[in-house]
Unconditional design. Structure first.
Length: 100
């Protein structure tokens, strides 16, 4: 009888990055709304948004590389990719609200 052992993908940085960028971008969005659309908040928010996009892109590329190379952990890696990608529609919604 052959036993199958499932290895789990033990990487926490991608979830921490996704949650961290979501919390900070939400805080900046609420701060912008509360401050009556003060443009000074955008001076802080735009560089953060640009760096968050770059960091999330690097992490997604890393996870896609792991997804291709680690066949036994694809389910765990796919969930982490989806968590990172879930920030895109939220950020787009923030962008649309701020631009209107």
């Amino acid at each position: 009888m052959k036993t199958i052992t499932e290895k789990s993908f033990e990487e926490k940085q991608s979830a921490e990055l996704a949650i961290g960028t979501f919390i900070i971008s939400s805080f900046l969005f609420v701060l912008y709304i509360i401050s009556n659309e003060n443009p000074n908040v955008l001076v802080i928010a735009w560089p953060f948004a640009a760096s968050a996009i770059i960091l999330n892109t690097i992490m997604i590329v890393h996870l896609i590389d792991r997804f291709i190379n680690l066949r036994e952990c694809r389910k765990d890696i796919a969930v982490k990719i989806l968590i990172l990608l879930s920030n895109i529609p939220i950020t787009f919604l923030y962008y649309v609200v701020v631009m209107k």
